[in-house]
Each structure stands twice: as structure tokens, then as C-alpha cells.
Design a protein around this ligand. Sequence first.
Ligand SMILES: Cc1cc2nc3c(=O)[nH]c(=O)nc-3n(C[C@H](O)[C@H](O)[C@H](O)COP(=O)(O)O)c2cc1C
Length: 348
Amino acid sequence: MSVDLSTRYLGLQLRSPIVASAAPHNAEPVMAARLERAGVGAIVLPSLFEEEILAEEIGLTESLEQGTEQFAEALSYFPAVDSFIGAADRYLASLRKVKARTTIPIIASLNASTAGGWVHHARAIQDAGADALELNLYHVAADPKRSAAEMEAADLELIAAVRGAVTIPFAVKIGPYYSALAHFAAAAAEAGAEGLVLFNRFYQPDIDLESGDVVPRLQLSEASELRLPLRWIAILRPQFGPAVSLAMTSGVRTGTDVAKVLMVGADVVMMTSALLRDGPDHARTVEAGLRAWMTEHEYVSVDQLRGSASAERVSDPAAFERANYMATLRSWTTPPQLTSAAPARRPG
Ligand SMILES: Cc1cc2nc3c(=O)[nH]c(=O)nc-3n(C[C@H](O)[C@H](O)[C@H](O)COP(=O)(O)O)c2cc1C
């Protein structure tokens, strides 16, 4: 039996629901070509960070100012400016190269830090040929003077501004830390996002015990991280019509993981950690696993499988929500040796 893996995401037709999510190596044309050969349906490039662009510009200005203090001729001659290729230019150049080496949709990703930056860079990315865009909304709400409502309103404003500035489709990649996630998700779609990517992973800093410094420590994901976005895709799928795409990212490693996520209603399932651990060809193994599982369970297409276990289709929808909490706690069984009386200690 042949299985049709094709799916639609952000209005794009994909040969497979397995997508390589944002990661640095995806911007290398050779790696992107390998991912395509391994069968992924689309590739998301790493984020263009406006913070990096601004830091480089400040660095360049500072070095030019130092130059003018020391050498009079530097006032009229700035070789550093001529040879300066900023982060944005490098990003757009690699987007063009990846597009030239591949035929599948290439989704660029943007994390801007100023309102104007989101619009400006989104336009530049569109002009460089991206098929779609992912807006990477990543912030830690640490300012006690800014309420959740204010922060959400600012994000919705920028989604609307990007919608007004580009014609390519875009999704918003969000984290799970919203008090009312379903409400924000609906508002993001209303503001113009064609899709949502659940969830951004928030990398927690660590402390170096010797230096006392705060250090970034990136850890690849664990399989158990799949459960949080799985639940939310199941809840959100029935709340959105097919016009809003849902992508899942976090903890996916195998073909059966992909089957689960499609069953709860995702349009695409994204992977980074598994591809970093096992290499880009792992995508082929995952696809083979998905095909084998679908064949064994007599599913002929992703369209047929999608949403078959979402909150509106399962017999007990509350299992995805509050009731699940108590059932989960009660499902734990403590090994008997831990609860039996401890053997009496013999005196020293
Ligand atoms: C090394 C590395 C770099 C990443 N860079 C980005 C990035 O630039 N933008 C982004 O939105 N996500 C980035 N991510 C997050 C991934 O796209 C993905 O959402 C996350 O790792 C969860 O998926 P996984 O469990 O398959 O790894 C990065 C992840 C890793 C491991």
C-alpha cells in the first residue's frame, strides 16, 4: 500500500510533514541539500537576530570613532565601511544560496528587537526569495512594570505590522508561558499569522561554580518534551479552521513520534536535536518509520491521519485538559520496597 505523505503548511504544498526546524547548519547550502535528499518537506533557516545586527553596527561605529581620534586621514577614508558585510547581508546571501541549491520551500526566521526592525528585515527576507517566514517571538517577561496584556498587545501589533508589510505567508513561533495561551494563539491568527509553531524552547542559563559567571548551556531536547506541544496542538486544532497551520517542535525523534503529533492535528512536525545528534540522513529513517506505522495501521495519507486524536475527536477531550492532572498524579505507582518499613538499624 502506498502512503501519501503530502501536506499543506502556510499555504505551501510539502511532499512530507517532516520539516527541519531552525538551526545554524540549515543555512549551509550543502547541509540544506542533504536535508532535501533525506526527504524533509521544508527547511527553516536559523533566525536572523536584529540584536546581532545592532551589536555589529555599534562595534563598527566605535572602531571608526577610535580611528578618527588617532589618524586625520581616517576622516576621509573608511576602508572598514567598504569591506563591512553585516549579519543581515550575510543572512540574505545564505538564504539566496540555499534557495539556489534546493527545490523545497525555504522558510526564513526572524527575531527582531525593534518595531521597525521586524518590518524592515521581513521585507528584505521576502525580497531575497524566502517562501515563508517564521517570526521567532522570544522574550522573558522580567519587567515588573509591564503586564502580560501589554506584552501581548505589543506582539500582536508587530504581527499586524509584518502582515501589512509582506505578502509571503508567515507563522509565529511562541513559547508555552502564556497565562491564556489559546486566547493569544487566536489573537495572533486574527492579527495575520497564517500559522503557529509550538513551542520555542527557552534555554535556561547556568552558573559556572568557579567563576561565578552566568553561562549559556544549550542542551539538546529530551523525548519527554514532546508532550507539552502535543497537548496544545490537540487543544488548538479544533479551535482553528484548516486555514491556520499548526507546526510542532520539541522532542521529536522517531516516525512514531511524528505519527502521534499528526494524530492530534499538526500540519507539520519539526526536528532539530535529532538531526544534530544523528545527522541530516536521520530524516529518512524517521520517514521510513512513519510510513511503516501508517501502513500497519492502514492509514493511506497524512490528510486521513491528521487530527484523528485531536480534542474534538477523542472520546474524552478533558483528558487533554484539567482532568488529566489528577489522573496523571494517580497513575504513579511507588515501588513497594520504598514504602515498606525500613529495616531496624543495628547499634554501631
Ligand atoms: C543549536 C540550535 C540552534 C537553534 N537555533 C534556533 C534559531 O535560530 N531560531 C529558532 O527559532 N529556533 C532555534 N532553535 C530551536 C529549534 O528550532 C527547535 O525549535 C528546538 O530545538 C526544539 O526542537 P528539537 O527538540 O527537535 O530540538 C535551535 C536549536 C538548537 C539545538
